[in-house]
Design a protein. Structure first.
Length: 357
């Protein structure tokens, strides 16, 4: 499996175009694949801005698609396939229309192809409106691993990420502030409403955490609305630091690796933190860790969620609430999040009133 043809390393294409968290979860699998097959020629098809996730995977190539330009639509995907040349094997970790078209192109050229089994039947049973089958499903990382096994690779169970702290450049170091005390990240947002804790309640959580003696709270996210929230909440306490729009993704990874803990929704921050072994207190509403998207290597006891008959109602959090009020998030006590993070950090939960500046 290490070589193809006359001693030439086999060329493997890995397809995963989105979303951020799902791309991040490919990293431990590719890291394990590289360690087991050091001569393998690996190319990852993924957006350029997500390449910092792969910093610990040695000797990989990237191909960056222009999905809004020359590679847009069916004709664009066909163009992309022909531009990329030949591969011996294709591992499609996404299995959407673009990947299906690319698989056909490379299979026609003689490539061996395998793609992810998303487990749609069991996920449908997990999220059924009635008579849910509430059991732990296979993790996404394991589903990725099995794609490479289908291709013929001997890839055993993926090792859990180690606790890693990256060096920070001058800009990130200044943002991080002085050493000493606790550094806590908070990523309050997600792509869909069903995965977002109510902003006014999250604001209270952030201010409470900022009142822990010596703690600095860093708010992560992206986009204008999220930046406005972070900037506004930062005005409520001197030790709350908005990160959004101030540093690049690779610098965010550096900062996250130097935190003591993260509070996150079911979102990319959970998976970015998992890459560096940072413990995460994750908050769950419409979705559920049972669906297989829990942070790789994270302690299940750190998940904060309510046991409700209607949960989970969605795999991705994109379905409207059955009751219209998102009670799975609205009824989740702020204190439950604060206590979980304080227990993790072995500090006393702060009083309900924030400290004076």
């Amino acid at each position: 499996m290490k070589t193809h043809g006359r001693g030439t390393p086999s060329r493997v294409l890995v397809i995963r175009l989105s979303a951020m968290g799902d791309v991040a979860m490919t990293v431990p699998v590719l890291k394990a694949l590289r360690a087991r097959y050091p001569d393998l020629d690996i190319t990852v098809l993924t957006p350029k801005f997500l390449q910092p996730f792969f910093r610990d995977v040695r000797n990989i190539r990237f191909h960056v698609p222009d999905l809004r330009g020359r590679h847009k639509g069916v004709r664009g995907v066909l163009r992309l396939g022909f531009e990329m040349g030949r591969f011996d094997m294709v591992a499609d970790l996404h299995d959407v229309l673009r990947g299906k078209l690319l698989r056909r192109i490379f299979r026609f050229r003689g490539a061996r192809v395998a793609y992810i089994d998303k487990g749609q039947k069991e996920k449908k049973a997990l999220t059924a409106p009635r008579n849910k089958t509430k059991i732990q499903l296979e993790t996404t990382v394991e589903r990725y691993r099995k794609v490479f096994v289908k291709l013929g690779f001997d890839l055993p169970e993926i090792p859990l990420p180690e606790r890693t702290r990256y060096p920070m450049d001058a800009v990130t170091t200044q943002l991080a502030g002085p050493d000493g005390g606790l550094r806590i990240g908070v990523s309050p947002f997600a792509q869909h409403r069903g995965k977002i804790y109510p902003p006014e309640k999250m604001q209270n959580v952030i201010v409470r955490l900022a009142s822990i003696p010596g703690a600095r709270i860093f708010i992560f996210g992206g986009g204008a609305q999220e930046k406005a929230f972070a900037d506004r909440v930062a005005g409520l306490h001197e030790r709350i630091v908005p990160v959004i729009g101030r540093i690049r993704l690779d610098q965010e990874m550096d900062l996250i690796s130097n935190l003591d803990a993260m509070v996150s929704m079911d979102s990319s921050a959970l998976h970015m933190s998992s890459l560096v072994g940072l413990p995460v207190v994750s908050v769950w509403g419409a979705t559920h860790p049972y669906a297989g998207f829990y942070g790789f290597g994270q302690d299940p006891a750190l998940a904060v969620q309510l046991d409700m008959p209607c949960r989970p109602c969605s795999v991705y959090g994109n379905k409207p609430c059955l009751y219209g009020d998102y009670r799975c998030m609205e009824r989740l006590p702020e204190e439950a999040i604060v206590e979980r993070i304080c227990n993790l950090l072995n500090v006393e939960p702060p009083k309900n009133e924030p400290d004076e500046r």
